[in-house]
Every structure is written in C-alpha cells, then in structure tokens.
Design a protein around this ligand. Structure first.
Ligand code: TMP
Ligand code: ASP
Length: 238
C-alpha cells in the first residue's frame, strides 16, 4: 500500500488517497477541538492514542460481525480504511444522561434511563449538527425508512459490544457518536472512529471522566487519561 495525496483534512483527522482506489489512509491528529472550534489545543500523542483505541475497538467490532470501514492499523497514527459513500447523519447512542441531553431537557447528569436513547443529527456543522428525526432524514433524501431501522439495529449491536468490552476495562460507556457510510453494494457500514474524542467514558470505580470532557470542561490530564483508556483496553482484549 502506498499513501498518496491528501483528500480531506478535518479538525482531528486527515484522509489520504492510496494506490488502491478502494482504500484510504485515515490519520489521527494531535489537535483537539470542542464547541465547533471555539476551543482548540494540541495534545502530545493524542493522534497515536485515538488511533490505537479506535483500531482496537473497530477491530473488535469487525471480529464480532459488525461491518466497519476499518481494515488495519498501518502505523502509529494511521489506519487503512475502505472507501465508503458517507451518509451525512450522526447517531448518538446514550446509556446514561449527560452532555447536551442533560442540558436540553434540564436533567441531572448520571441518570440511567430504562431504555437506550438514539439521537439522530444532521451533519451540518454550520447549523450546529441539529437534532432531526427519521421523517426529516427520509424527507431530506438521506436514508430510507428501511435503512434507518438497519442503522438503529447496528447502533444497538455496536452499543452492546462496546459496553461489554469497556465493562472489562472497568469503564461505563455513557454515550457515543457514530457515523455511517454505504459500501459499493449499498450496505451500511460503520465509518467513524470510536475513541475518547467521540464517547463519554466514566471510570466505574471513581466516576472520573476518561474522555474529551476533560478538555471541554478544563479538567486537565487529557493525554494521561487517554493513555489509561488505551492501557485498560489492551488488557481487556488480552
Ligand atoms: P452531546 O452530549 O454533546 O450531545 O454528545 C454526546 C456524545 O457524542 C458525546 O460522547 C460526544 C459525542 N459527539 C461527538 O463526538 N461529536 C459531535 O459532533 C457531537 C454533537 C457529539
Ligand atoms: N460538535 C462538537 C464540536 O465540533 C463536538 C464536541 O464538542 O466534541 O466541537
């Protein structure tokens, strides 16, 4: 595999063409941003750590029957991934009330609802990725009702698997955000990272936050905490 020119650069990742038109290299950056770029920093080794964590989680999902874009980790901060047609929605899966849900509905963080909550958002950062529902998604021509039910079914399976894995690491998966793509045969594929940048992870023993909220809320030790998540996941997968 040969890495070729840069195709796209986002806030925390770069995507490069390769000599195989079906594959790209995704590179994880040390940059960290929040609140739509209002808050920015650079965390030493964050790219390596989020690549490490995301590679472990996506490899584990692949091994457990979830179709993902992830093929293999190629080096410290790079992953070889399948090219997919991106679906411009975000699915947020919530096991515990926190973040924007707590704020929007005036609920306390930490409440555990009986059911899993699935939010659907339109991926339009200029609009603040607004919350939409299934009917909006169909009306906007983004997905069919059949695809939406597959999307939620996959999200629920991903949630069960990721929760089980993090349980072994002594960590509660509070919530996470995922995005999907369509493979060449039209099937839906998980096409995103799953790392402390895109999940809320709480230490089961201490309740300590082990995710990007450390950065959003100025709690400090961002890199050290990501390192601890990586270490615990490596042990959980042994
Ligand atoms: P929220 O509480 O801000 O709605 O976020 C819920 C979860 O989704 C949290 O783990 C952070 C993650 N997330 C992203 O990774 N990217 C996003 O653009 C948003 C809105 C949330
Ligand atoms: N959508 C938010 C942003 O782009 C996500 C976050 O705060 O992590 O900043």
């Amino acid at each position: 595999m040969k890495q070729m020119e840069l195709l796209y650069e986002g806030k925390s990742k770069q995507i490069f063409k390769t000599d195989n038109p079906d594959n790209v290299v995704v590179r994880f950056k040390d940059d960290i941003t929040a609140f739509y770029d209002i808050k920015r920093a650079n965390i030493l080794n964050k790219g390596r750590l989020t690549c490490d964590i995301s590679s472990m989680v996506l490899g584990y999902l692949n091994d457990n029957g979830i179709n993902t874009h992830f093929i293999e980790r190629v080096d410290d901060d790079g992953q070889l991934c399948r090219v997919v047609e991106h679906v411009p929605v975000e699915v947020i899966v919530r096991n515990v009330v926190a973040g924007s849900m707590a704020k929007r509905l005036d609920m306390e963080e930490g409440i555990v609802p009986e059911n899993t909550i699935f939010d659907l958002c339109l991926r339009r950062s200029d609009l603040g990725d607004p919350l939409i529902n299934d009917h909006h998604a169909v009306a906007l021509g983004l997905l069919s009702y059949e695809e939406l039910s597959e999307l939620y079914e996959m999200s629920a399976k991903i949630n069960s698997l990721v929760t089980e894995l993090y349980n072994k690491a002594g960590i509660t998966v509070v919530d996470f955000k995922i995005e999907f793509g369509r493979a060449t045969d039209g099937s839906l594929v998980l096409a995103d990272e799953l790392s402390p940048d895109t999940c809320r992870l709480w230490d089961k023993a201490t309740g300590e936050r082990m995710d990007k909220d450390r950065f959003r809320r100025d709690l400090g030790s961002v890199g050290e905490t990501y390192e601890e998540v990586a270490k615990r996941l490596h042990n959980a997968l042994k």
